[in-house]
Design a protein around this ligand. Structure first.
Ligand code: URA
Length: 282
């Protein structure tokens, strides 16, 4: 049977939610999605030159101006044998960085990993997704978001009228924490220089932060959690950042897909993309 797409999932989530709590408030915007027929997104045109960041950039109304202090200096990585000796991640090229990640023994996760997970997609992507840490499937394959949460992320990306090859998907931490626990502070700190360098080399127009772990990493001074920050633009060194729920959370709480869909539509708008509901139901 064909897999439901992201819009079907939103509808199913809302139906389920309405059964358990009939008086749940559903905004008109979500209701429109709920009743709208699904119009398949048009095929994505081949990647062209990057448009300039929209005028006003992160100073647009609605953008929460959370400016970050410059990234912390790289901690000592005990072994990055494939990287040029003495070079900090801040100075590395993309390939050097990939080699440094593959050879990293900077924290205890190196002892239990099968593969490091550098990231996947277009190193020149305009849109980047930042997750938490690899799980069992990702550890096995060395690729991010290839398990169940990854399937959902792929459908979210398609619903946004992008495909996986034209965005970049990375994790805050490059090695799997045992038993899928959350990465510990020393682990995120050890990996911080890698993700910082990836962000500065890619220099995407927008980063979608998936869940609380990337929120803590990029915005350590923000006290609110993901539930409060989601849907509100943030600014990371001039890059627009949209925090939203992690796909694994959506697998457990399908009703939250409607919120995530609202967040993703804000991101789509930055790229001039718009979900068009069926004319019949509009
Ligand atoms: N969850 C994540 O945060 N990242 C992955 O790569 C897979 C699941």
């Amino acid at each position: 049977m064909a897999k439901p797409d992201f819009f079907d999932e939103i509808k199913e989530g809302l139906k389920a939610q309405a059964l358990v709590s009939p008086d749940t408030y559903v905004s008109p915007e979500v209701l429109r999605e709920f009743y709208a027929d699904i119009v398949k997104p048009p095929p994505v045109p081949p990647a062209g030159p990057r448009p300039a960041v929209p005028p006003g950039g992160s100073a647009r109304p609605g953008v929460q101006s959370v400016r970050q202090t410059p990234p912390a200096p790289a901690p000592n990585m005990r072994s990055s044998s494939a990287a040029p000796a003495g070079k900090s991640p801040r100075e590395m090229t993309w390939d050097e960085l990939a080699n440094a990640v593959a050879a990293c023994h900077g924290c205890k996760l190196c002892r239990t990993r099968t593969n490091t997970v550098f990231g996947d997609g277009d190193p020149k992507a305009r849109l980047m997704f930042l997750g938490e840490a690899p799980g069992a499937d990702e550890d096995r394959q060395g690729l991010p978001f290839v398990g169940r949460a990854g399937e959902l992320l792929t459908r979210m990306i398609c619903a946004m009228q992008f495909n996986r090859a034209e965005v970049f998907i990375a994790n805050t931490v490059k090695c799997r924490p045992p038993n899928n626990r959350n990465p510990e502070p020393d682990e995120t700190e050890a990996c911080r220089p890698f993700i910082m360098r990836q962000i500065s080399l890619i220099r995407p127009q927008v980063i979608v932060m998936l869940g609380a772990v990337p929120l803590r990493l990029l915005f350590p001074d923000v006290k609110e959690g993901i539930t409060r920050t989601r849907g509100h633009w943030m600014d990371y060194h001039g890059i627009k950042v949209m925090p939203t729920f992690h796909p694994a959370y959506l697998l457990r709480n399908p009703a939250a897909k409607a919120d995530v869909w609202k967040d993703l539509q804000q991101v789509m708008a930055v790229f001039g993309k718009k979900h068009v509901p069926s004319p019949r139901r509009r």
